[in-house]
Ligand binder design. Structure first.
Ligand SMILES: NC(=O)c1ccc[n+]([C@@H]2O[C@H](COP(=O)([O-])OP(=O)(O)OC[C@H]3O[C@@H](n4cnc5c(N)ncnc54)[C@H](OP(=O)(O)O)[C@@H]3O)[C@@H](O)[C@H]2O)c1
Length: 229
């Protein structure tokens, strides 16, 4: 028996195979939410049995259509989107390839926009819903060694804030979340970086759950989550 106000809601979570997205899926499931968990490697991911796994390559339009086709077969109720799919790139512009630029924009900006668009279209007739896009403190601050990553995350912020204004007319809430560094696979394979003082993604996921609990009369707009002491 769940006492959470999120009980029996339906959520879509992207980036659900790892780090923040996986933690959000687990915590939503704990609150009695029916979660559709989306990522390329979702079938290799351990998640609570009640979570529905949907394979998704957010860079592939056919894959996006296939994912929503399977979600539409299962439900017409989508209450929540948490867009966590993203990848990093710590690299100077002069050594960055065009392919890396396309990949980063394809996942962090265009991919998240395509998913938000599909969810938004389905929320409009129901006149309710909460869309959360995960940007980064790199969506608020400039960083000399992450010009392309910052560009994608600043872009996502512009999209999120604009959609927030438009969505209010449909009783849909849109929030941007801006975490600082988290200890996840995000940092694997790139430039070595000391992540020992970074946040635990479980704690950041708990803040996203907290955000989903805010009264529907409020739509927190730029939720920055940084490490405390
Ligand atoms: N970690 C940090 O320090 C940090 C700080 C601020 C903001 N963020 C942001 O937080 C979000 C979550 O990051 P994280 O730290 O949890 O990273 P993570 O552990 O590396 O997880 C990234 C997720 O994105 C998914 N993804 C990547 N490419 C994809 C694609 N083409 N199609 C579908 N899914 C794709 C991955 O799934 P598959 O590989 O299975 O597809 C994975 O589930 C990202 O937006 C990131 O930019 C991270």
């Amino acid at each position: 028996m769940h006492s959470s106000s999120l009980n029996k809601k339906v959520a879509i979570v992207t980036g659900a195979s790892s780090g923040l997205g996986k933690a959000v899926c687990e915590q939503l499931a704990d609150h009695g939410v029916h979660v559709f968990a989306l990522a390329r490697t979702i079938h290799e991911t351990q998640l609570p049995s009640e979570v529905t796994k949907v394979p998704l390559n957010i860079r592939d339009l056919q894959s996006i259509d296939d994912a929503f086709h399977s979600i539409d077969q299962a439900t017409s109720q989508i209450d929540i989107l948490v867009n966590c799919a993203g990848r990093g790139l710590v690299k100077q512009l002069e050594t960055t390839t065009r392919q890396e630029i396309m990949d980063l924009f394809g996942v962090n900006l265009k991919g998240n926009i395509y998913i938000a668009q599909e969810v938004y279209k389905r929320m409009i007739p129901r006149r309710q819903g909460h869309i959360i896009n995960v940007s980064s403190t790199s969506g608020l601050k400039a960083r000399a060694d992450e010009p392309i990553y910052c560009a994608t995350k600043w872009g996502l912020r512009g999209f999120t804030e604009s959609l927030r204004l438009a969505a209010a007319a449909h009783q849909i809430r849109v929030s941007g979340v801006y975490p600082g560094g988290m200890q996840t696979n995000f940092w694997k394979g790139g430039e070595p970086r000391d992540t020992s003082k970074f946040m635990n993604p479980q704690q950041v996921a708990a803040e996203i759950i907290h955000l989903l609990h805010t009264p529907t009369t409020l739509a927190p707009s730029e939720y920055v989550i940084e490490r405390g002491v």
